[in-house]
Design a protein around this ligand. Structure first.
Ligand code: KG4
Ligand code: ZN
Length: 353
């Protein structure tokens, strides 16, 4: 089975062709960084227009990279939500058109399911596994029990981890996107700040919160600027301190979730990390140590497949198609679409547009 995947729910316009034997035949991404950089963040209206401008070329590039025509495909998969609705509509309309014109099945998949199942594309991980999903819009811990079977153990009650990195970068004047910029500055640190708060650390639940950390950082930056002491060295030390605080929180909450998940599922197969923040090397190293303590493998897809991409969408489509599913052509794009609909609505769990 060979499936074309399309992703347009945030600021990456992406298309990929993936086979059900886990080969990625093509994986093209047009990152809209230049369009959004002047605004220091993703502007939904600009993103939607950029998807409209670039999606057909991106898909054509993927098809040519795979050396295929639309007729060779077995299905078309697309992100059906959650995300910025203008972009999701562009992708869904395009996927429906290609599928209709070439008489192929069409399947709309949950963007978060794409992140959640990437570890099966890259590493063939068996269910159940614990997933730390950390991106710009999402921050949650889930037990992935099967395709479509997700149990949420915790989520952020305010900002997502990637959002926290992005806001911190803006505060420190480090540019956009924030995560890589903070990580780069942190690598230059000589004496990282160690006294930034670790919100929720030690709490009995598995939820996250980053807004207090962001406020503490803002106050610190303002005080340093007022004292004329915010030079490159201080900025690097602050970036390293901030990164360490976020990673500390993520590790503490994940440790807790791992204990809960193992109590329920002694057959837990792995600790998996996905989403854009999973590209962070400091986080990856700490997760590795945590998983080793629990005698579990850590599976962290390569950074290119951690940030938004269409290979994960094609793969989630393949997983669902293999179960005999497909979507109707009356499918309506969804701005909100939590993976665990039984869990209470929290900001970082697919309920925020
Ligand atoms: O998964 P993704 O590409 O898009 C969403 O679905 O949100 O994640 C993007 C997020 C951004 O917030 C970005 O700053 C963060 O991932 N990110 C990182 C790193 N690379 C990307 N955060 C920390 N360290 C990184 N190296
Ligand atoms: Zn994402």
């Amino acid at each position: 089975m060979v499936v074309l995947g399309i992703e347009s729910s945030c600021d990456e316009t992406a298309a990929a062709v993936v086979a059900d034997d886990r080969r990625i035949l093509a994986d093209t991404i047009f990152a809209q960084i230049a369009e959004h950089t002047p605004f220091g963040g993703v502007v939904p209206e600009i993103a939607a227009r950029a998807h409209l401008d670039h999606l057909d070329d991106t898909i054509a590039a993927a098809m040519s990279q795979a050396g295929m025509d639309f007729a060779d495909l077995d299905a078309v998969a697309v992100t059906g939500g959650p995300g910025l609705i203008g972009g999701v509509i562009v992708g869904v309309m395009m996927a429906k058109s290609i599928a209709l014109a070439h008489k192929k099945p069409f399947i709309a998949v949950n963007h978060l399911e794409g992140h959640a199942l990437t570890a099966r594309l890259t590493d063939d991980v068996a269910f159940p596994y614990l997933l730390l999903l950390v991106s710009g819009g999402h921050c949650q811990l889930l037990i992935v029990e099967g395709v479509g079977r997700y149990r949420r153990l915790g989520a952020t009650i305010d900002d997502a981890a990637g959002e926290a990195f992005d806001k911190a970068a803006k505060l420190m004047g480090l540019g956009f996107p924030g995560g890589p910029a903070v990580a780069k500055a942190a690598a230059e640190a000589s004496a990282p700040f160690r006294d930034l708060p670790r919100p929720m650390k030690g709490r009995p639940d598995c939820n996250f919160s980053f807004s207090g950390l962001k406020t503490a950082l803002r106050q610190r930056v303002e005080a340093l600027r007022a004292a004329n002491a915010f030079d490159d060295t201080t900025r690097a030390n602050l970036a390293a301190g901030f990164q360490a605080a976020v990673v500390d929180c993520l590790i503490d909450r994940t440790r807790h979730a791992l204990e809960a998940a193992k109590a329920d599922h002694p057959d837990l197969s792995a600790l998996v990390v996905a989403g854009g923040v999973a590209a962070n090397q400091h986080l990856r190293a700490q997760l590795q140590a945590l998983a080793a303590k629990h005698n579990l493998p850590i599976v962290a897809p390569p950074p290119r497949l951690c940030t938004d991409n269409a290979a994960m969408i094609a793969w989630a489509g393949i997983e669902r198609l293999k179960l005999g599913e497909r979507s109707g052509f009356d499918y309506a794009p969804r701005p909100r679409w939590p993976l665990d609909s039984a869990a209470p609505a929290l900001a970082g769990a697919g309920v925020k547009a």
